[in-house]
Ligand binder design. Structure first.
Ligand code: PEP
Length: 256
């Protein structure tokens, strides 16, 4: 059984004091849900403080991005070694806001995926998903396939145990419109099939595929009940410890 992973993407939100308090709140609540893995993904400038706040808890530390070069003249960028130094375990790549607001392509994502998976202590959460017009034009599978094929090109299957896929339909992110459980399961099953072609069936069966897009405590149970949904990547609802805890509880209960 794949262990569900529920990760909170805090995006560009919270003051330092708020980030510390939220991290402490999540750490105290997460202690009761042993079979779900929990992560928090603060803004870069809060990663160190949040790492301190969750020390000794069962909450893992994440980062929202990483650059692929090891060091050098890349103003504003953050290397994987800097993240490792701070105790980061999970690194997001290709979040829809990076793709569609900041112009990141799957080719850029591919460099980041390699840089992250080349560090044995890091796991990569690679985000994919279609825009509304793509779903309406029946292109959901094509978009997901090309984001997987291009973003994961050249990844060694031995490293895929540290790969997590987040399926996040862009039309569901931050909109309050979540995919139905049937839409989520259909996309996740398709993604697992594509992972089997890229790696092999056993590897695909072991890779966790999170659903993301307006997950809340009130809709988490039905989404998490789907066989190929292995947890959630949560934006807005991860900014409230109680709401986030409700999602963790739903994932833990569904995958017991
Ligand atoms: C996200 O940012 O990854 C996300 C899924 O956001 P929200 O939960 O707010 O839709």
């Amino acid at each position: 059984m794949r262990r569900p992973l529920v990760a909170g993407n805090w995006k560009m939100n919270l003051t330092l004091a708020e980030a510390r308090a939220l991290a402490q709140g999540v750490a105290s609540k997460a202690a009761s849900f042993g079979n779900a893995e929990v992560g928090v993904i603060p803004a870069f400038v809060h990663v160190a403080a949040v790492g301190e706040a969750i020390k000794g808890s069962n909450v893992a530390l994440g980062a929202q991005d990483a650059y692929w070069e090891k060091n050098g003249a890349f103003t504003g960028e953050i290397s994987t070694a800097m993240l490792v130094d701070l105790g980061v375990k999970y690194v997001l790549v290709g979040h829809s806001e990076r793709r569609h607001v900041l112009g990141e392509t799957s080719a850029i994502c591919n460099k980041k995926v390699h840089a992250i998976l080349n560090v044995p202590s890091l796991s990569c959460i690679y985000c994919i998903g279609e825009k509304l017009e793509e779903r309406q034009a029946n292109k959901t599978f094509d978009v997901c396939r090309s984001q997987l094929v291009d973003g994961l090109a050249g990844v060694d299957k031995a490293k895929a145990e540290r790969l997590v896929i987040a399926y996040e339909p862009v039309w569901a992110i931050g909109t309050g419109l979540n995919a139905t459980k049937e839409q989520a399961q259909e996309a996740h099953a398709f993604i697992r099939g594509e992972l089997a072609k890229i790696f092999d069936a056993a590897t695909a069966a072991s890779i966790r595929i999170q659903y993301g897009g307006s997950v809340k405590a009130s809709n988490a149970a039905e989404l998490m009940s789907q066989p190929d949904v292995d947890g959630a990547l949560v934006g807005g609802a991860s900014l409230k410890a109680d709401e986030f805890a409700g999602i963790i509880a739903a994932a833990a209960a569904a995958k017991r």
